[in-house]
Design a protein around this ligand. Structure first.
Ligand code: PLP
Length: 407
């Protein structure tokens, strides 16, 4: 991307002109959540100003318009991830809710005592705990794919973990700590050879990588809107039709029913079967707007630029004495986790903050991985297409200053 293009993009994100402690904000916490462009903020405003009525059950004009907008948004999401049909796109509150939905509903229909679920060492808590809860509920076992010293999945061990008791494999496409981009297509192929379905956690992938659920042949694919330039509170569960039809509803309530009597309820068709209660029909349109924004720039272009920025930052960081970077795979996304000497990550984060630089410190909701690495946590810088090399330079200079103060 040219400097002009990046400047134009930056101008679309009002928050980037904010000052913190009288310093220009440098926002390197994009893996936690991304900032929102004006077009998305405008779409929310427009929705509440002109199109606000509860959807699906109204005969009146506004309700129909709001319903149309919500369903158009669903179609756009389906297009963005190349789902076969928009009825395979379920709106959820985010990745976490989508995984909980599958863990509950798949668990109900398809799991029993003695069965096993395979996850990996680098999962976010939201792709660990729901499966653990399922295992406790049903008397099942969680199996974990280990990682190598570069922070890559040990696929050789994965092959050994799969057996006749395996019911499902749930892995992240991109690690939120290591930045590793996992070979999920290969993982899916291996699992499918044994007729085992696979859930892919796409929370860190969708903002940075072209995702095609049909090409991947994923059975379930989940992501959060807020990590791809949308407000919080909306996310997506993609599921293959055959699975969504087979698994029972997650929550009961309005919208998800066809008929209700005190004796028996019949359920609505897809996707509504999984959307109990009033959905976030403004959030869905904001999500579609954000995806359009990304698509207009071009995800390949975004990936190329972010990779360049990450490589530049990595090279600069490596020049610092005592630097340890966690996650050194050749297949990496825009996340760098590091430690310097014996300095506690929290101290680095606190002091960088005072210099206007937002990074994240701690276990990044991946405590088992951090424990495995035998460290107290990391400092994590994560980039978006609105970040610049100049910001990286300021960050590196600030980090050196901080190390000087703490070292
Ligand atoms: N999975 C990964 C890989 C993540 O990075 C995150 C958030 O950081 C989540 C899941 C959870 O996402 P959310 O909190 O939006 O549900």
């Amino acid at each position: 991307m040219t400097e002009q293009e990046i400047n134009n993009i930056r101008a679309d994100f009002p928050i980037l002109t904010e000052q913190v402690y009288n310093k220009p904000l440098i926002y390197f916490d994009n893996a936690a959540t991304t900032q929102k462009p004006q077009a998305v903020l405008d779409r929310i405003n427009y929705g509440y100003k002109h199109l606000n009525a509860n959807i699906h059950r109204g005969v009146h004009y506004l309700s129909q318009k709001a319903t149309e907008a919500h369903e158009e948004a669903r179609k756009y999401v389906a297009h963005f991830i190349n789902a076969t049909s928009s009825s395979e796109v379920i709106f959820t509150r985010g990745t976490t809710e989508a995984i909980n939905l599958v863990a509950f509903s798949f668990g109900e229909c398809c799991c029993r005592a003695g069965d096993e679920i395979i996850i990996s060492m680098m999962e976010h808590h939201s792709n660990i705990v729901p499966w653990q809860m399922l295992c406790e509920r049903k008397g099942m076992r969680l199996r974990v794919i280990p990682i190598n010293e570069k922070g890559e999945l040990r696929l050789d061990v994965f092959g050994e973990l799969i057996n006749e008791n395996t019911r499902l494999v749930a892995v992240t496409q991109v690690s939120n700590v290591l930045g590793t981009v996992n070979p999920v297509k290969e993982i899916i192929q291996t699992a499918h050879q044994r007729n085992i379905p696979v859930l892919i956690d796409g929370a860190q992938a969708v903002p940075h990588i072209q995702v095609d659920v049909q090409e991947l042949d994923a059975d379930f694919y989940v992501f959060s809107g807020h990590k791809i330039y949308t407000p919080t509170g909306i996310g997506v569960l993609y599921g293959k039709r055959e699975w969504l039809e087979r698994i029972p509803p997650y929550q009961g309530g309005g919208e998800m029913i066809q008929t209700v009597t005190f004796e028996k309820t019949t359920y609505n068709e897809l996707p509504f079967k999984f959307e109990a209660g009033t959905p976030d029909y403004i959030g869905s349109t904001a999500l579609a707007e954000a995806l359009k924004y990304v698509e207009n720039i071009g995800i390949q272009k975004i990936a190329a630029y972010e990779n360049e920025l990450t490589a530049y930052a990595t090279a600069e960081l490596m020049k610092i004495e005592g630097m340890r970077i966690f996650g050194t795979s050749e297949h990496k996304s825009a996340v760098i986790s590091f430690l310097v000497g014996n300095i506690h990550p929290y101290d680095i984060g606190m002091l960088l903050d005072k210099l206007g630089i937002a990074v994240r410190t701690g276990h990044h909701c991946a405590q088992p991985l951090i424990d495995h690495l035998g460290i107290p946590g990391t400092v994590r810088a994560s980039f978006s297409f609105y970040n610049t090399k100049e910001e990286v330079d300021i960050f590196i200079a600030a980090l050196k200053r901080v190390i000087g103060m703490l070292g």
